[in-house]
Write a protein that binds this ligand. Structure first.
Ligand code: PBG
Ligand code: ZN
Length: 346
């Protein structure tokens, strides 16, 4: 009978052995949980295309952040819908806006939770673009001045990190300078360095009321067909002082995550965006897929591609599932151990 020379299946024979040779491990510590805050009180409004994700008023956002922290998730990213919008998005640096109040509330309640503030203007402008317009064109340099104000206001509210999401040229250096001048030398910058003009943002734009009112974002966000340009953006942001580099979306861009990981020595984050979440939730609601297994497999693929940090709406569920699995695995390992001790000839 044929005998293979090599038997890789030996390393798959039991959960105990599989756990010993596993190359990638996923943990709640890998996650950042996005939270969307809105004006008002006692608001908890589910986002139709994102089941189990909510628009929350400040006190509910603080409570949810606490839950994330208790599940072992180290960080939340705060997005917001303001009370008023105008042409330049001035509510984005209003210290009384929901985002600034939520940051302050979370910092006071859960000081050890790392607060990342999404730094962009699209939720705050009447036209829904990520900057100040000049005709129908987003004016790069004028926008950066405004973004600096947003970043400084978020730092003043207590953000540990700002995350510029706009894709304007040169904003990382200017924001770094503005933070330093205002005395926030230890507030870090997670740059949305490689952000593609993607249809996967659809559900979020409904949730955050931030869809552009005309045209699209392809004059500032990247063309999904480009790879070399991603590396160029990453190198520029590092030269300007970014602390963490982000690739967004995640799933269709894991090749980019791998290339970025192999090119730089900075932490790499991926954003597992709203459309990716919506597709899994919709299929799971229909009973077509096993949600828990699909989510954990998907998040594992992001780590395997090289991400150190995963921003994901699945964070709370995944953290719970990982905790359950961990308890079960340690039991399996213990049983394997007992087996080996008590039944050495087995
Ligand atoms: C805005 C912004 C976007 C997302 C977060 N902030 C993308 C966009 O509207 O272009 C997407 C988040 C998601 O889809 O989960 N700059
Ligand atoms: Zn934006």
């Amino acid at each position: 009978m044929f005998k293979p020379k090599s038997r890789p299946r030996r390393m798959r024979i039991s959960e105990g052995i599989r756990s010993m040779v596993r190359e990638i491990s996923l943990s709640a510590k890998d996650f950042v949980y996005p939270i969307i805050v809105v004006p008002g009180e006692h608001v908890k409004k589910e986002i139709p295309s994102m089941p189990n994700c909510y628009q929350l008023s400040v006190e509910n956002a603080v409570a949810l952040a606490k839950k994330a922290y208790e599940l072992g998730i180290p960080s939340v990213e705060i997005f917001g819908i303001p009370e008023y919008k105008d042409a330049i998005g001035s509510s984005a640096w209003d210290m009384n806006s929901p985002v600034q109040r939520a940051i302050k509330g979370i910092k006071e309640t859960i000081p050890k939770l790392v607060i990342i503030a999404d730094t962009c203007l699209c939720q705050y402008t009447t036209h829904g673009h990520c900057g100040k317009l000049c005709g129908e064109y987003v004016d790069n340099d004028a926008t950066i001045e405004l973004l600096c104000k947003v970043a400084v206001s978020q730092a003043a509210a207590g953000a540990d990190m700002v995350a510029p999401a706009d894709m304007m040229d040169g904003r990382i250096g200017e924001i770094r300078d503005a933070l330093d001048k205002a005395g926030y030398i230890n507030v870090s910058i997670m740059s949305y360095s490689v952000k593609y003009a993607s249809a996967y943002y659809g559900p979020f734009r409904d949730a955050a009321d931030s869809a552009p009112q005309f045209g699209d974002r392809s004059t500032y966000q990247m063309d999904p067909a480009n790879v070399r340009e991603a590396i160029k953006e990453v190198n520029l942001d590092i030269a300007e002082g970014a602390d963490i580099i982000m690739v967004k979306p995640a799933l269709s861009y894991l090749d980019i995550v791998r290339q970025v990981r192999d090119t730089i020595d900075y932490p790499v984050a991926v954003y597992n965006v709203s459309g990716e979440y919506a597709m899994i939730k919709a299929a799971a609601a229909n009973g077509w897929i096993d949600e828990k297994r699909i989510v954990l497999e998907t998040l594992t693929s992001m780590k395997r591609a090289g991400a150190d940090i995963i921003i994901t709406y699945h964070a709370l569920d995944a953290a719970k599932w990982l905790k359950d699995l961990d308890m079960r695995t340690s039991c399996v390992n213990f049983c394997t151990f007992l087996h080996a001790r008590l039944l050495p000839t087995y």
